[in-house]
Design a protein around this ligand. Structure first.
Ligand SMILES: CC(C)(COP(=O)(O)OP(=O)(O)OC[C@H]1O[C@@H](n2cnc3c(N)ncnc32)[C@H](O)[C@@H]1OP(=O)(O)O)[C@@H](O)C(=O)NCCC(=O)NCCS
Length: 163
């Protein structure tokens, strides 16, 4: 990733997350040191409008940050980022994988956002996301079972079935 891309991501991070929750260049470099780490970005022209940090695990994809520039919200950008990941999972024959994320229980807007995308809370953990011991929900999306993804993913299943 170029230094310019990194600067754009840090800029959007600051608009999307408060205080220490916004990652700086060092945090992002540290995240990317893990070979399983990926960043998917969405741009219009030279403007970075959204991105998603995630890790490819052995049986799931773990979402870290999903962020969309405030000027471009409620236009489906974040939904498209998650859809793209679900599509990539199937293209790379990992259809049986799930997407997980951890959301603090007080972050009601993120909970609503992930709920709208079909994520379901499957367990509760303490002190994982925020400092202190705030409860957080482990949320899981199983694209294969979620009705809103089934139609979209059908073509990937067909492509795989043809091989
Ligand atoms: C959450 C966020 C990524 C959503 O991005 P977006 O591109 O606006 O999301 P979408 O347009 O794909 O939204 C899909 C649906 O999710 C729900 N949703 C989106 N943002 C929401 C919010 N802030 N509060 C409650 N529900 C929300 C809505 O139902 C929305 O559908 P609608 O616009 O038809 O009502 C964006 O608001 C953001 O960057 N927030 C700050 C960072 C953050 O909290 N990230 C999530 C945790 S890592």
């Amino acid at each position: 990733m170029s230094g310019r891309d990194l600067s754009k991501i840090v800029h959007v991070e600051r608009m999307c997350f408060e205080g220490d929750a916004a990652w700086d260049r060092r945090d992002i470099r540290l995240f990317l040191k893990d070979k399983a780490s990926r960043i998917l970005i969405c741009e219009t022209g030279s403007q970075l409008i959204g991105f998603m940090f995630y890790r490819v695990g052995s049986d799931s994809f773990q979402l870290w940050h999903v962020a969309v520039h405030p000027d471009y919200r409620h236009q489906g950008v974040a939904t498209e980022l998650v859809n793209t990941l679900a599509g990539e999972m199937c293209e790379s024959k990992m259809c049986r994988q799930r997407i997980t994320t951890v959301v603090p229980s007080s972050d009601t807007s993120s909970l609503r956002f992930f709920d709208k995308l079909g994520f379901r809370a499957v367990s509760i953990v303490d002190g994982v996301v925020t400092s202190g011991d705030e409860e957080a929900y482990v949320m899981l999306l199983d694209p294969v079972r979620e009705p809103m993804y089934i139609h979209r993913l059908t073509r990937y299943f067909r492509e795989i079935a043809l091989e």
